[in-house]
Every structure is written in C-alpha cells, then in structure tokens.
Ligand binder design. Structure first.
Ligand code: PMP
Length: 285
C-alpha cells in the first residue's frame, strides 16, 4: 500500500502518498498509542461519517490521547482526501497516534498527537463470502475485560490478538476468527460484530466487552423496523449448534453471511440475504 500515486492528509495538509511516513521512534509503533476508524464512501458520501469522527475523538479520550482536531476538522480532512484522490466508492482510514517527541519511555504526555487520513478502493472484505457464506475459525484468544483495557475504544492495542487469530484462521482455510470474551461468552470477529438467527428472531452479544459497531447499531435498527425481535444478550458457545443463520457486520465487512464457525454450519438464509440487501440499499440512499 505504500508505493503508489495519490494524496494522504497528514497533520493538516495533503502530502504525496509515498511521503506519508513517520519516524522510527514514533511512540505508537512501540506502545500501540494509536486509535483509528474504518469507514466506507458510497457514491461520493461516507456512510455515518460524523459518527465515525465522533467515535475517533472518544477513542482518543479513552486512551488518554486527546486528538487536537474537532469533528468538523476531521470531516473536512476526509473530504479533502476523497476529492484529491478522485474517489466515489472507497474505504477511508483515519488514524491518530502519539508521535516521536521528548518521551521515548512508556509515558507519552509530551509527544504530539498526530492524525492522518487515507482512502483507497477496497472491494468486499471477505472476498466471495457474500454469496456462499464466510468460514470462521474459533479464536484461541479471548476478548479482554473492560477492566483490562478500554474495550469500547477502537484502539490499536486491541487488535494484536485479532491479527494473531486471523493468521491462525487463514492457515486453516478460514476467512476470519470468532472470539469468545474473557467470561467465555460469544463476542465478535477480528473486525466485525456477529448476529445469529433462530426461529425468526435475532440474537447478538451484549456490547459490554466488544466494540459496539456502528454497523451493528444500524442493523439492529433495521431489524426492529422490519418488526423482527432482536435479543441483545449473553450467548454461550454451545448455542452455536442451535442457530440457523449467522452474519457479520462492520463498516468494511458490511453484512457478510457466515456459513460455518468451527464445526457448526449455518444456512445463508432469507433473513440474512434480506438484511444484507437492505444494508446495501441504505448506505447508498
Ligand atoms: N468489532 C471490531 C473488533 C472491529 O474492528 C469492528 C470494525 N470497526 C467492528 C466490530 C465493527 O464496527 P463498525 O460497524 O463500527 O465498523
């Protein structure tokens, strides 16, 4: 991704793609002092753009890393990147981090908080899974307790076990991994929330130790509007055997059907298709 034409917004200005670099003593590189957002641009408009910018600022606050930009300034930066790269459908990545500075120990209070925005064309997150359903592994790591790390933040440190779990999944021919949380309940995938269907009703984990995804919230709203009962509750891993359908939600993943988790099989059923299509319509409306 680094050697190509294009413009990236960095600390207030557009720079050439190849020049959007940081120093090796960047605090974030050593201590994961970084928060980010993943968003999608549809037909020239970023879906839930302001909500993503607000979440970025909240993630910064939760990580004791106040971001020196307002929501309006972040919105303007994203717009500038979309225009400079002439994009109409794309993935947008906003990242804020503690840079290099006076501190190179664990403390970073004196180091500047920096921000960058990049955007690029990115197709389906799970390849052809939208048609036949993604195959998921069960992660060996657990989503941590909110007393261990601010689990509501979209922060780099939370993704270390995601990358490890995704690598293990890919080695087994799966496209992602499903995590349990520190209590053993079903939690989320490495970059997406999970939903299940049984007897025409929908079940999804309570968002008390996972990222309460913006897509998750949107899909719950869509289901309720369609008159479908949604149970936000603790889900035991044994229950995977009872569910008929399953899908993942995320800004990158959108609504992706799941065909298999470990040894449990799911059908890509009518409700899954309906929600996936309704979401596609909504993001472009
Ligand atoms: N959980 C994790 C761990 C994620 O990385 C993401 C993607 N941001 C989500 C859930 C879904 O969040 P959203 O719908 O806001 O993209």
């Amino acid at each position: 991704y680094d050697d190509r034409d294009g413009k990236i917004w960095m600390d207030g200005q557009l720079v050439d793609w190849r020049d959007a670099n940081v120093h090796i003593l960047t605090h974030a590189l050593h201590y994961a002092s970084s928060v980010f957002e993943g968003e999608r641009l549809y037909d020239g408009k970023i879906f839930l753009s302001r909500k993503h910018s607000e979440r970025l600022l909240k993630s910064g606050e939760m990580m004791d890393m106040p971001i020196p930009y307002s929501v309006d300034e972040i919105e303007a930066a994203k717009q500038a990147v979309v225009e400079a790269n002439d994009l109409t459908n794309a993935y947008v990545r906003v990242v804020a981090w503690r840079g290099a500075g006076e501190d190179m120990g664990v403390s970073s209070a004196k180091n500047p908080v920096r921000m960058a925005v990049a955007a690029w064309a990115w197709g389906d997150y799970y390849g052809d899974a939208k048609m036949k359903g993604a195959k998921l592994d069960i992660a060996k790591w657990k989503r941590p307790s909110p007393e261990t790390i601010p689990t509501a933040a979209k922060a780099a440190g939370l993704y270390m076990i995601c990358t490890m779990s995704k690598h293990a999944a890919e080695a087994k021919g799966c496209s992602d991994a499903l995590f349990m949380d520190y209590r053993g309940y079903v939690a989320e995938a490495t970059g997406a929330n999970v939903f299940f269907v049984k007897d025409g009703e929908v079940h999804t984990p309570l968002p008390d130790a996972i990222l309460n995804g913006l897509t998750r919230q949107t899909v719950i709203g869509m289901l309720k509007e369609k008159g479908i009962t949604v149970h936000e509750r603790y889900i035991m891993p044994e229950e995977l055997a009872d569910f008929e359908q399953c899908w993942l939600t995320g800004s990158a993943a959108e609504v992706t059907p799941v065909g298999q988790i470990g040894d449990y099989m799911f059908e890509v059923g009518a409700l899954t298709r309906d929600i996936s299509e309704s979401y596609e319509k909504l993001v472009r409306s």
